[in-house]
Design a protein around this ligand. Structure first.
Ligand SMILES: NC(=O)C1=CN([C@@H]2O[C@H](COP(=O)(O)OP(=O)(O)OC[C@H]3O[C@@H](n4cnc5c(N)ncnc54)[C@H](O)[C@@H]3O)[C@@H](O)[C@H]2O)C=CC1
Ligand SMILES: O=C(O)C(=O)COP(=O)(O)O
Length: 526
C-alpha cells in the first residue's frame, strides 16, 4: 500500500480521500532535518505553506511520486528539482480564491475603519470615538496588481462597493480587464493614482520586491497597500520606513518575507498597519475545497491516473485533460511502438497531430508520445513530468506539426522516429472514442488494435508468404492471435502486423528474415 505524509494541517475531508488508497501519516511542524530523515518512506507528500520542500528534501524522497500543495502558491516547493526527478507537483488553483479575495477586502475595510485597533481599545475598557475616525472606500480608486482569479474577484466586489478600478497585469488583455470593470494601466500610474493598492500576483524573481522604496515613493500620502499574496513582494523594511515617516497612510499584510513573522519593525507600528498570520485561505469552506481537490489528485496519481492541476506538466489543465485523456494512452502506445521499430538510439521524433487534435491544446500528447518513446530506456522512471527533460538530455529532437485536414478519423496521431538504425512511422486513432487502433505502419494502411506482443514484417506481397511465416512461427510454438496485411499495391511491398500470445523466442527473427520475400522483421512488446 502507498504511503502519504501530510506535513501541514489539512481538513479531514482530504485525509478521508487519501485513506481510500494509502496509509496516511499526519506529522505537522516537522523540522527540515526530521522531514529529510523520514521522507524516503513516502510515495506522496501533502503540504500547505508551512512546509518548505527544498531540493534536499526532494532528493531524500526517493519514492516520491507527487507533492500536493493544498492551496495555490507553490513558491515553497522547489518545482524544478521535483520536475527533474519526475515528481508531479499539484495544487488547488481555485479552492481558496474566494477566501483569499474576501480576506483582502476585509483588510481594506479594516484599514479604512481601524477596526482591529478600535476593537482592542474597547476591550481594554476605553470608549474613544475620535482616534478611530475612518475613511470611505466608496468612489475611491482601487489598484489591483495581478488580475488573476483572486484579483478579479476582489475587483468585482470592490466595484459593487462603488470603487473605481485600475489594474496592472502584463499578461491579461485590455478586453478581459474591461469585462471586470478595470482600466489596465502600467504599474507607475497605478501606484500614483490609487487610494488602495492590493497585490494578487505570484512570488517570482520578477515580483520579489516589486514594491520597494522607489515604488512606495510614488504612492499618495493618503494611500494604503494590502498584501494577501506573498511575502517578499513588498520590501518590508522599506514599507516600515514609508509608514513611519508618514509617506503613505498604511498597510495590511497577511504574508511576510519570513513566516512566522519574527522580530520586525512592522510590529511596532500603530493603527496604520494590520498584520494577520497568513489567514487568506483559512476559512472552513476553502480548507475543505483545497483538501478535497488535492487529495483527489494524490489518490489519482497513486492509482496511475493523471492529475488535473499539475503545475509541472505544461498545458494539462482540467478542461484539456478531459478531452485529451483518451488520446494520452494512444500517444504513449504509439511512442513506445515507434521507438521499438526504430531500434537503436532515436535522434528525432516527429509528432503530427491530425484532425481534431491539430490544436494548441494537444501539446500534452507530444509529452505522452515522448513518455512512450522513452519507456524502453527508462521504464517507470519516465512520466509526463520529466519526459520532455529526459528527451532533451538524450538529444532527441522533437518536431511538432499539425494537420487539421487529415479527416479519416476524428483525431489521429502520426509519429515518425529517426534513429541510428533508420526511420519508422506509425499512425493511430481511437475507435468508438476509446479503443486504440493502429491505422498505419511505415506508410502501409492497417487497422489493428495493438496487443502486448506483436510482430511486424516488411515483405513482398506474394502468394505463400503468409503460410510460410505461419508454419515457421508454429515450429517455434508461437500462437498467432490475429494477423493483418497492409499494402499499397497488389504484389508490391507490404507490412504484416501479427498479434501473438507470448513473447517471441530468441533467434526467431533471423529465421523470419530468411523466408523468401521477407525483408525485415521487428518484435515489439507494449
Ligand atoms: N494569503 C493567502 O493565504 C493566499 C495567497 N494566495 C496567493 O495569491 C496570489 C494570487 O493567486 P491567484 O489569483 O489564485 O493566482 P492567478 O494565477 O489566478 O493570478 C495571478 C495573476 O498575476 C499576474 N502576474 C504574474 N506575474 C505578474 C507580474 N510580474 N506583474 C503583474 N501581474 C503578474 C498573472 O498574469 C495572473 O493574472 C498567489 O501568489 C497566491 O499564492 C492565494 C491564496 C491564499
Ligand atoms: O494558497 C495559497 O497560496 C496560500 O497562501 C494559502 O496558504 P495556506 O495553505 O493557508 O498555508
Amino acid at each position: 500500500m502507498s504511503k502519504v505524509l501530510v506535513s501541514d494541517p489539512i481538513d479531514q475531508a482530504g485525509i478521508d480521500i487519501l485513506t481510500q488508497v494509502a496509509s496516511v501519516d499526519v506529522k505537522t511542524g516537522l523540522k527540515p532535518a526530521d522531514l529529510i530523515e523520514i521522507i524516503g518512506e513516502y510515495d506522496a507528500l501533502m503540504i500547505r505553506s508551512g512546509t518548505r520542500v527544498t531540493q534536499e528534501i526532494i532528493e531524500a524522497g526517493t519514492q516520491l511520486k507527487i507533492i500536493g500543495r493544498a492551496g495555490v502558491g507553490v513558491d515553497n516547493v522547489d518545482v524544478p528539482a521535483a520536475t527533474r526527478r519526475g515528481i508531479v507537483v499539484v495544487n488547488s488553483p481555485e479552492g481558496n480564491t474566494i477566501a483569499a479575495a474576501e480576506h483582502a477586502l476585509a483588510m481594506m475595510l479594516s484599514l479604512s475603519r481601524h477596526i482591529p485597533d478600535a476593537n482592542a481599545s474597547v476591550k481594554r475598557g476605553e470608549w474613544d470615538r475620535k482616534t478611530f475616525v475612518g475613511a470611505e472606500v466608496y468612489k475611491k480608486t482601487l489598484g489591483v496588481v495581478g488580475l488573476g482569479k483572486i484579483g478579479s474577484h476582489v475587483a468585482t466586489v470592490a466595484r459593487a462597493m462603488g470603487m473605481k478600478l485600475l489594474a496592472y497585469d502584463p499578461f491579461i488583455s485590455t478586453e478581459r480587464a474591461e469585462q471586470i470593470g478595470c482600466q489596465l494601466v502600467d504599474l507607475d500610474l497605478l501606484m500614483q493614482q490609487a487610494d488602495y493598492i492590493t497585490l494578487h500576483i505570484p512570488k517570482t524573481p520578477e515580483t520579489t520586491h516589486l514594491i520597494n522604496a522607489k515604488t512606495l515613493a510614488k504612492m499618495k500620502p493618503t494611500a494604503r497597500i494590502i498584501n494577501c499574496a506573498r511575502g517578499g513582494i513588498i520590501d518590508e523594511a522599506a514599507l516600515a520606513v514609508a509608514i513611519k515617516e508618514g509617506r503613505i497612510q498604511g498597510a495590511a499584510l497577511d504574508v511576510f518575507e519570513s513566516e512566522p513573522l519574527g522580530e520586525s519593525d512592522l510590529r511596532s507600528l500603530g493603527k496604520e498597519i494590520i498584520l494577520t498570520p497568513h489567514l487568506g485561505a483559512s476559512t472552513t469552506e476553502a480548507q475543505v475545497n483545497v483538501a478535497i481537490d488535492v487529495a483527489e489528485q494524490i489518490r489519482d496519481v497513486l492509482l496511475g491516473l493523471p492529475a488535473r492541476s499539475a503545475v509541472n506538466i505544461p498545458g494539462l489543465g482540467p478542461d484539456v485533460l478531459e478531452t485529451l485523456k483518451p488520446y494520452m494512452q494512444l500517444a504513449e502506445t504509439l511512442g513506445n511502438l515507434v521507438g521499438q521499430l526504430a531500434g537503436g538510439r532515436v535522434e528525432s521524433l516527429n509528432v503530427r497531430l491530425q484532425g481534431e487534435l491539430a490544436t494548441n491544446k494537444s501539446q500534452p500528447l507530444v509529452v505522452a508520445s515522448l513518455k512512450g518513446l522513452l519507456y524502453q530506456a527508462l521504464r517507470e522512471r519516465v512520466n509526463y513530468v520529466n519526459a520532455t527533460i529526459e528527451a532533451k538530455e538524450r538529444g532527441i529532437r522533437v518536431i511538432e506539426t499539425r494537420d487539421a485536414s487529415a479527416r479519416d478519423y476524428a483525431g489521429s496521431l502520426h509519429l515518425e522516429a529517426t534513429g541510428t538504425l533508420g526511420t519508422h512511422s506509425v499512425t493511430g486513432a481511437l475507435l468508438g472514442d476509446k479503443e486504440i487502433h493502429l491505422t498505419d505502419v511505415d506508410g502501409f494502411p492497417i487497422n489493428v488494435p495493438p496487443s502486448k506482443y506483436m510482430l511486424f514484417t516488411l515483405h513482398r506481397d506474394m502468394p505463400g508468404i503468409i503460410g510460410k511465416l505461419g508454419s515457421l512461427l508454429g515450429s517455434f510454438n508461437v500462437n498467432i492471435a490475429s494477423m493483418q496485411v497492409g499494402r499499397k499495391i497488389v504484389r508490391g511491398d507490404a507490412v504484416m502486423a501479427l498479434s501473438i500470445d507470448d513473447p517471441l523466442p530468441d533467434g526467431i527473427l533471423t529465421e523470419i528474415v530468411k523466408v523468401p520475400g521477407i525483408r525485415d522483421a521487428y518484435t515489439v512488446t507494449l
